[in-house]
Design a protein around this ligand. Sequence first.
Ligand SMILES: Nc1ncnc2c1ncn2[C@@H]1O[C@H](COP(=O)(O)OP(=O)(O)OP(=O)(O)O)[C@@H](O)[C@H]1O
Ligand SMILES: [Mg+2]
Length: 317
Amino acid sequence: MTSKDGDSRMSQSVIELMYDDGPKKSRMDYEAERILKRIIHHDSDNGGVYVEVTGAQGAGKTGAMLGFMEQIMTFYKKEKIFWSSSYKAPLQFLKLGEDKFDKIVFLVKKDSGVVFRNRKTGKLIPLDVKEFTDFDDLYRKAEYQKCNAVFFGNRFEWMDFIEYLRSVFEWSHVFIDEFGEVAPSDQSGEMWSKIKQFSEVVKEVRKCDVNLFTNSQSATDVDYRIRKKIMIKIFLPGASADNKSRIRQSAIDNLMQDPINGNFGYLEYSGKFGRMQFSKIYKPPRGLSIEAIVLKNDEDEKEDKKKGRKKKKGSDD
Ligand SMILES: Nc1ncnc2c1ncn2[C@@H]1O[C@H](COP(=O)(O)OP(=O)(O)OP(=O)(O)O)[C@@H](O)[C@H]1O
Ligand SMILES: [Mg+2]
């Protein structure tokens, strides 16, 4: 299936939202544009992409993902977007800006115990959320041209949801902030096997209409079997060059950081790379910081602590 609705405006939109199209173009600009088009042009003949953004803390990793998301939200009418957030951390998609809050749909798994809390006052916020029971229900309730912020109450469930999306006959896009929390490195036992299976799913996105965008501060936060499948790498200031990359560490260290006009970054795809400026700055909304927490886990934690104390007491006796 080829998604054509956004294509006609593709180059215009790339330039509008992400790419500063100056009069003189260097080879680096052309390569960056070519790679951006590979990401933005949704064509089943080419299949989906797995994009990873790395960089130092605060380098604009989440911002870069929000840029791609806004692009899809704005120009593709028949595609669904899913955003995966960390718990107990400010909700990053709020950086889309207050004028876009009506484009955010909160989807919470039934009985997951997920609630939302003001990070300054600690008070719970009764957000207008849609509850879902299973993946079919979630997909049905997710809306087109919106940021569907999904909360399973457990970040590992994203591995299964991405697998599910492979059999949906529409383009879909998954944005995973802090991917190391979904497919962490150094796991053993059942989780090791689950991640291995997920690495096969990730490999297949190339053949499906699924785009996977992830970020992590350090590449090694994410399981190496998954990382081997990355198709497009975006290096922002402070990123570590990996040994398979054509981009040298010294080049990354020289990337310009510009908090006003946007940081520069390298994009690498199939042995070629380009450089671009991420010219849109996504800032947290002023005076508003909301986090998602899993109440059940909090209660379990307290219970475990109590049990732990009792056990210790017992063993001391
Ligand atoms: N393109 C950009 N260029 C420069 N600064 C940016 C850009 N986008 C956002 N910022 C600024 O940097 C801050 C951090 O951005 P962002 O959250 O995207 O970074 P991050 O790399 O995801 O950070 P973290 O490691 O904490 O997750 C933003 O609040 C904003 O002030
Ligand atoms: Mg971030």
